[in-house]
Structure formats: C-alpha cells, structure tokens
Design a protein around this ligand. Structure first.
Ligand SMILES: [Zn+2]
Length: 86
C-alpha cells in the first residue's frame, strides 16, 4: 500500500468528517451527504477519478437509494484499486 501511495502524483488531504454516525433526520442526512461528497471529492483528486455528486440523492426514493448504493460501492472499489488498498 505504501508503495502505491508513494506513486501518487497529487497529495491528498481528506477532510476528517464523522461519516460513521447516522440519524434518520433530514438535516442530518443532508449534512452527512455533503460531508461524504467532500471526502470523495478529495479522494478523486488524488486518484484522478471523476464521479457523480454523491450529495444529490433522495434516500427516501428506493430507486435513487439503490442506484446511489451501487454507484457509491463502485467508486469505493475504484478508489481502493487506485490507492492500492486491499
Ligand atoms: Zn464513500
């Protein structure tokens, strides 16, 4: 992992938002989505990846939720591969 990380051209400073906490309250969900997207934005810079805006979703809509989960999981797989995280 260190070798892969050392090969990155761009240093990345990832915001230290608490995305492990969760509450089913609209304001909390909006803040969580914005914080999560901010983390992904920085990770994409270092990985030279593009991605969808992960903050733009309505989790109350089953189809949007399912699509978001798939897109999000795929991006995490891509990030892990690029950063060499196994
Ligand atoms: Zn994520």
């Amino acid at each position: 992992m260190a070798q892969k990380a050392a090969q990155l051209l761009k240093p990345v400073i990832v915001p230290n938002f608490d995305v492990l906490s969760w509450r089913d309250e609209p304001e909390f969900v909006t803040a969580w989505l914005n914080n999560h997207e901010a983390i992904h934005v920085q990770l994409r810079v270092g990985a030279n990846l593009t991605g969808i805006d992960l903050s733009l979703v309505n989790f109350a809509d089953d189809e949007q939720f399912s699509e978001w989960m798939d897109d999000h999981a795929q991006e995490h797989l891509d990030l892990r591969r690029i950063y060499g995280i196994t």
